[in-house]
Every structure is written in structure tokens, then in C-alpha cells.
Write a protein that binds this ligand. Sequence first.
Ligand code: CAA
Length: 379
Amino acid sequence: MNDFQKELCANLSRYCKDTIEPHMEHDDAEGKFNMDFFKGLGSYGVTGVTLPEIYGGAGLSYLDYCYILEEIAKTSVPYAVTISVSSMVQTILNEYGNQKQKEKYLPALASGEEIGAFALSESHAGSDAGALKTTAKKTEGGYLLNGTKMWITSGGIAKTYIVMARTGGEGSKGVSAFIVRDGAKGFSFGKAEKKMGWKTSPTRELVFENCFVANEDLLLEEGKGFMVAMGGLDRGRVAIAAIGVGCAQRALDEAMKYSLTRQQFKQPIFDFQGLQFMLADMALEVMSSRLMVLSAAQTIDDEKTSSKLCSMAKLKATDAAMKVTTDAVQVLGGVGYTSEYPVERFMRDAKVLQIVEGTNQIQRVVIARHLKKEYEQHA
Ligand code: CAA
């Protein structure tokens, strides 16, 4: 970390610990998202980290962004996720949007005044995203959207949605991407999901019933929606990986603190070699994940984004988060399973990191397809 990154993370850490942390246990139990916390994070410039300054972003690197997400995730995985998904929407608009779209939608997202959401999944089209059924039929001046999107992070609290819908035939080539605003006629919210973790981040169904979207809110052109979604997800997966690192680091911190103070058999439990090996393995998982995340982030900064490396980082860091948080609960024993300590919350929050933005099985599919291509090219 350079001096700038250290200072930014130290300031963020103070804000998270002083302002968000005291509410996490209660808000997790109540399933309560707090917009003031999100706006507070926005005041540190972290709700639009990589967006250019002309659109209100901080104009920082993806590497900076990963350190920032890691820092926030040490206090709250759900708030880090809200930022990462909203940032993915900004990345998509900045990369694939036209000038008018960027000027219209980006500043409010970058400042943290508004939240962005990404709507790809449907009940029968999760991993097989190209099979989505929501339709966008041409009408005068725009399109009429019909269908239902499922498991949408920030559904209901977001104002700007990137919605993938079918304008053409079957498969990925028939998919287009649209910008839809909360409040659009024919756009409503379905059921709010009851989840194991990420309780302070709402997950909601989106319902489109003859929802009119103007031509000017189509991204790129018809048929480019799958590419838009996949391009956004490549980078989004690295952000999820960075959150995994923060989640795992916090669990390790809690396990270390506890093991050094908890006495059993007249000694700190840390002094048992069985626990030392476990903690050493946890630290190894955290560090190896962080290095992979930073390596993937560097390729993004170098404009050499590698889908393979993005998937590898997501797979490694989120599997590590699950393992390290589970082990942290084990180190704390009975008390680790209660809400007296935060490790059980981080364990619950880690689980869905292995599922969102492509399950870790899908990450293996992406990696294997790239491997095949590379080896066939060199055969
Ligand atoms: N960047 C740009 N284009 C890409 C791409 C990428 N990373 N990956 C694929 N494409 C293009 C391909 O080049 C191809 O185009 P051509 O035919 O012109 O070459 C087209 O997209 C189709 O590609 P595939 O044949 O590889 O597509 P597929 O149907 O076999 O699916 C998949 C590939 C990797 C399995 C993909 O469906 C996938 O990633 N599934 C997982 C879906 C997912 O991640 N959902 C996340 C939901 S959002 C979420 O969780 C966010 C949240 O709220 C937290």
C-alpha cells in the first residue's frame, strides 16, 4: 500500500468503526439498510472510486478501489457490496454509455446520493444468464419491458437499474441492456428475499409490466446486452473478491484476538499447536487471496482485463472467505456461534460471496474455457 492508500483506509476504518460498526448487530437482526451510512461513505469519495472526476468520481485506480472495499468489508460486507454493485453500474455506464447517458446518470451515483443495481438473473436464468426471458418489444419512441428479475441486490433502494432484456431471438445475441429508473411506469418491486446473510443489503424481485423505456435509455445497440453484462461482471467479480478478503481478514483478526486471551487448561488457547496451525492457514488464505485480487486489479488498471484472472480472484478469495470465517467460528467455540461476537455474522455474509456475480462453479467454467483456448492456440 502506498501512503495515499494507507491514509484513505485509515480514515475509512475510523468512520466504519465509529459510525457503522455499533449498529451492525442490531441492523443485521432487523434487516435494516441505512442510507445515511451509505451517504457517509460517499462523503469519503468511495461510492464512485474509479469513475473519472468529470462525472463526479474520485478518478482512482482499481487497485485503490480493492483496498477500499476490503477496508469497508472488515466492518460490513453488505455496505461494501452495495458500493460494489453500484460501482459496477457506473463502470457499465461509463464504458458503454453515450455522453448524454453518462452526464444524466453518473454524478448522483458517484456521489452516493443514489444507488445503482444490476438486473440480469431470472428465476430460470441464473447461471445460464443467456436464457433470460424478460422481453423488450419495440414501440414508438422506445421499448416495452415485460418480465421479472430475481435476487437483485439493492432492489428497492436503488434508483438506476441496468436491466438486460430480450429484443431478439434466443441466446445471448438476442439480449439488450437498458437503463431503467425507479418510478418508471410499469416498474414495481416484488418480494423482498429473506436471507441467511447480507441482511442489511436488500435483495428484491423486480417486476416489469409494459414498462416503457425510451430509445435513449438503450445501452449501445440492440443485441449487445450480454456483452455489456459480462464486461461489467468481469470487473465486478474482482470487487466481490476484494470484499471476500476484507471479510476473511476481519474473521482472522477476531480469531487471533480471542485465541490470545481465552484461557483453557491454564494457558491461552493460542499456545496449542493445533490452533496455531489453523490460524497460520487462515492467514495464508487471506494473504494469497489478497495477492490474487491485487494482481487482477492491476490488469484492469493496465487496461488488460483478463476474464480468467477476474474469475480466479473471485473463486479464490470467496472460497477463502468461507473457509476462514468458518474456522474463526471454530476458534471461538460456543461463543463464536452466538451474536455476542461478530464472527457468525461474517460467516453468514461469506456464504453468498461464493454465489453472487456467478457461482464459483461458473468461475471454474470461465477459467476452464480460457485454459482450453490458450492450450489449443499453443498446441
Ligand atoms: N466480456 C465480453 N463478452 C463476453 C464475455 C466477457 N467476459 N464473456 C462472454 N462474452 C461474449 C462472448 O464473446 C460471446 O459472444 P460471441 O458469440 O459474439 O463470441 C457471448 O458473450 C456469449 O458467450 P458464451 O458463449 O461464453 O456464453 P454462455 O451462454 O456459454 O455463458 C457464462 C457464459 C460464463 C456461463 C455466463 O452465462 C455467466 O457468466 N453466467 C453467470 C451469470 C452471472 O454471473 N450472474 C450474476 C448475476 S448478477 C449479480 O449477482 C450481481 C448482484 O446483484 C450481486
